[in-house]
Structures are given as structure tokens and as C-alpha cells.
Write a protein that binds this ligand. Structure first.
Ligand SMILES: [Zn+2]
Length: 225
């Protein structure tokens, strides 16, 4: 948490599944000077197509994504997007160690972060992550809080981008003059903006939060570690 030497507030984003809508998300984040962590499933490389509220969702070809994600962080999301709590120890290893290894080959850096597919985890998954050098892992248990957390392998995000409290939380974060470091952590899937037709929601949020001299904009690893 090097940033805390100069800042009391940090903003970070966490987006899952490596799909084509990430192209639009990255271009918006870059335009506003924001940093994000992308949680990717290396074993489902461009093979998956599904629908979300009438919009096609296509996985990106991760062998072609180094330039797209440059400046952001790549993190583990499970090789095949499996629910970790249903796996044998061998399957757990393939899902987590396998994804970490493949993402290292694809992007040239060893992932130190993770997001739980379906938000599913148990102690065995947490222990496995710890053993392979994963230092934080995001759940889907939003807490509407900016406070620092001690259990980073069961990290709770502030909110999802469709949370009804999103803009109230943003106002609150902007107005704060905290004594202790505070983190605003927003998560989601970029295809949700397509399916819900609400990219304007993201633009409004970025517009509100960008370019503030008292906010540090960093990837999950830069902000949490
Ligand atoms: Zn996912």
C-alpha cells in the first residue's frame, strides 16, 4: 500500500470473465485515467458464447489481449469458471494453479490476485490460493464500506456497478477527508452494460470520480497490497 504515503483515498475496479465488452470498458477507463483488474478464465479462451439479457456475450481470445489490457492487472478467475466448492483437490489445483500458470504465459506477469467465480469459496480454496502466492481474492459480498480489510483472501467489494447505492457511495467517497486510508472498490462484468443498456451509468460514475488530486487510481494489487 505504497499509495498511502501520499493519499488517503483509493479507487479500484474489478471486472470478470474477459469478454468482448471489455474493449469498450478499457477504452472508457483509459480515457478517464482509471485502473482495473481483469479476472480471466484462461481455459475458456474464446470458446464460449452466451446471452445476457438479450445481448451476446463472447469471450475474448486471450492470446491477443496483451495490448488491450496493458496498464491494468490480470488476475485469476479459475481456468474454466468452475464453482470451487464443488471440486476435488486435484480439480481445485487445475482450476487455480492452471489458470495462474496459463495467464503468466499469456501476459508475462505472475497473477497475485483472484476473483471467485460465482462468488463461491471455502477454506480449502483459500488455503490453495495462499499456497500458490495469491495474495488477495474478491468475493461478491458487497459491504458498502471503504474501510481497509484484514482478510484479503476473502475480500469484500464496496459494491457492484448496478448497486442502487452506487452514486450515493461515490458522493460519500468524494466528500470524505479521512484520517485512515479508504478504498472504493467496484466490481462487475462489462457485458452487463450491454445487456442492461446502461453504459451511461459507467460514464456518469467515471465523470464524477476522475481527476481528483486526493484520490489514487490503481489496480486491485496496487491498492490492496
Ligand atoms: Zn465470472
Amino acid at each position: 500500500m505504497e499509495w498511502t504515503k501520499q493519499y488517503a483515498k483509493a479507487l479500484t475496479f474489478s471486472y470478470d470473465d474477459g469478454n468482448e465488452a471489455d474493449v469498450r470498458l478499457v477504452s472508457l477507463l483509459n480515457a478517464y485515467g482509471m485502473k482495473c483488474t481483469f479476472n480471466l478464465n484462461s481455459g475458456l479462451n474464446s470458446t464460449d458464447v452466451w446471452q445476457y439479457r438479450g445481448a451476446d456475450v463472447r469471450r475474448l481470445d486471450l492470446t491477443q489481449c496483451r495490448a488491450l489490457y496493458a496498464g491494468h492487472e490480470i488476475a485469476v478467475h479459475g481456468s474454466r469458471h468452475l464453482s470451487l466448492t464443488a471440486l476435488t483437490p486435484e480439480e481445485l489445483d487445475a482450476e487455480l494453479t492452471g489458470d495462474q500458470k496459463r495467464l503468466t504465459e499469456l501476459f508475462g506477469t505472475v497473477p497475485v490476485g483472484m476473483a471467485y467465480a460465482y462468488g463461491a469459496y471455502h477454506d480449502a480454496a483459500v488455503e490453495k490460493l495462499y499456497s500458490i502466492g495469491i495474495r488477495y481474492a474478491r468475493t461478491v459480498e458487497e459491504n458498502h464500506s471503504f474501510a481497509l480489510q484484514t482478510d484479503l483472501l476473502r475480500f469484500r467489494p464496496t459494491c457492484h456497478h448496478d448497486d442502487p447505492q452506487l452514486f450515493a457511495l461515490a458522493e460519500q467517497f468524494l466528500a470524505m477527508e479521512p484520517d485512515k486510508p479508504q478504498i472504493f472498490y467496484i466490481w462487475g462484468h462489462s457485458y452487463e452494460f450491454d445487456g442492461n443498456g446502461n453504459w451511461d451509468r459507467l460514464e456518469r460514475l467515471l465523470d464524477m470520480l476522475a481527476g481528483k488530486p486526493d484520490i489514487y487510481y490503481g489496480t486491485n494489487a496496487a491498492v490492496l497490497l
